[in-house]
Design a protein around this ligand. Structure first.
Ligand code: NAD
Length: 367
């Protein structure tokens, strides 16, 4: 940045400065695939802007990075309008963030139940009857079920299948409009060109992450080195750079992988009732889904998953920067809905930054 970071005593100046700085970093990260600062520094600035806007709602602008999905589509590729937006995720770093997320979800679902009961007195009478016999009195709510999965450090992709045939691959872009990278996606061996099974849905948009396994990344960088070409900073940049090649012959030589974690459009098939069932359905269709996943109850279940995965992070064959929790029941996801840039039914729980840990301990820790 040209000028120094304004202090907390100058909220309007600080908001303008933070926005400009985040825009600059977004451009380096999403358009050039060449981050200007470590993720932890980006996250710090983003969090500072969010806290500032929370304290001064009049300073929020519709185009603020806190209100939008970070990426943008570059003109070299044809653009694709996403029929269902591709959103970001809300982030948490602390156990308290997970507990607060669970409370928000549980409170919102409880309110929806109360509203439904009020508009359907019969339903209330019924639920009152059953609760008298089966539930103790007082504020005893059922714990919420969450589908836990890994937060892959790659790049988001929407794969559109029509009658079982892969017809398009698109990047997230700004969430509303992405880049058409179909030719490149067709070269990724992990992605089926045709879905398994006799009755494929008329339309299925699989959402997931394109990533590069650590070993493949090492090999690719060794090859780049031998050829006297630029090495990639990390597997994420290698994956993003490989996928956004204008010559798909280059992409074909890059060892890319894919894991599905969500859904966009669906026509001609029933939506599974839970997120876990969606992923199981994907497996039957031949779509790769990561096996590191689990359905748990409430905040204690999510935190156990987080610590278990954290302890095994270094041994995983791919980079992750945290875990993701999603309300498992799809009807509840729909009821909870979205804020501007992220669903209310999901939370990304990020690991502490590697760089920050190194500084803290004064040694080069492998996390
Ligand atoms: P995000 O990466 O924090 O989360 C949303 C993305 O997570 C999705 O789009 C998807 O691609 C991915 N994802 C991985 N596993 C998933 C799963 N199981 N379920 C759902 N989604 C999953 O959000 P973002 O808005 O793309 O980017 C913000 C992050 O990117 C920042 O926190 C920062 O770490 C990094 N960033 C860094 C810089 C920099 O300068 N270093 C700049 C911009 C962004």
């Amino acid at each position: 940045p040209m000028i120094a970071e304004p202090s907390e005593e100058q909220p309007p100046e600080r908001a303008i400065w933070l926005r400009a700085e985040l825009e600059r970093l977004n451009h380096a990260y999403y358009v050039r695939d060449d981050p200007a600062v470590p993720d932890a520094e980006y996250d710090r600035l983003f969090d500072a802007l969010r806290r500032l806007e929370d304290a001064h709602p009049d300073l929020v602008t519709p185009d603020s990075p806190t209100q939008r999905v970070g990426g943008m589509a570059i003109a070299e590729f044809a653009s694709v309008a996403h029929s269902v937006p591709m959103l970001s995720l809300n982030n948490g770093f602390l156990e308290e963030d997970v507990i607060a997320f669970d409370r928000r979800v549980s409170d919102a679902l409880e309110k929806l139940r109360e509203r439904r009961d009020a508009s359907q007195p019969d339903a209330r009478a019924e639920s009152a009857e059953t609760s008298e016999t089966s539930e103790p009195a007082g504020d005893v709510r059922p714990p919420v079920d969450y589908a836990c999965e890994l937060k892959f450090d790659g790049l988001a992709m929407s794969l559109r299948y029509e009658r079982g045939e892969l017809v398009r691959g698109a990047t997230r872009g700004d969430g509303a409009t992405g880049e058409d990278v179909t030719d490149n996606i067709r070269t990724v061996r992990a992605i089926p060109l045709r879905l398994k099974g006799k009755n494929p849905p008329a339309v299925l948009e699989v959402r997931g992450e394109v990533l590069m396994f650590k070993r493949d990344f090492e090999k690719l960088n060794a090859r780049q080195r031998d050829a006297g070409e630029r090495e990639f900073a990390n597997p994420r940049n290698a994956a993003a750079g490989s996928l956004r090649q204008l010559d798909s012959k280059i992409t074909a030589r890059r060892p890319l992988s894919f894991f599905a974690y969500g859904i966009g459009a669906l026509e001609g098939a029933a939506m599974p009732a839970t997120h876990a069932a969606l992923l199981e359905w994907y497996e039957t269709l031949g779509i790769p889904v990561c096996r590191e996943r689990q359905v748990v109850q409430g905040a204690p279940g999510m935190l156990t998953f987080f610590h278990d995965v954290g302890a095994r992070r270094a041994a995983l064959p791919y980079d992750i920067d945290g875990v993701v929790y999603k309300v498992n029941r799809v009807a509840e996801q729909v009821a909870l809905g979205f804020v501007s840039r992220a669903p209310r039914f999901a939370l990304a729980h990020k690991f502490p930054a590697q760089e920050a840990l190194t500084v803290l301990l004064g040694i080069d820790v492998q996390v």
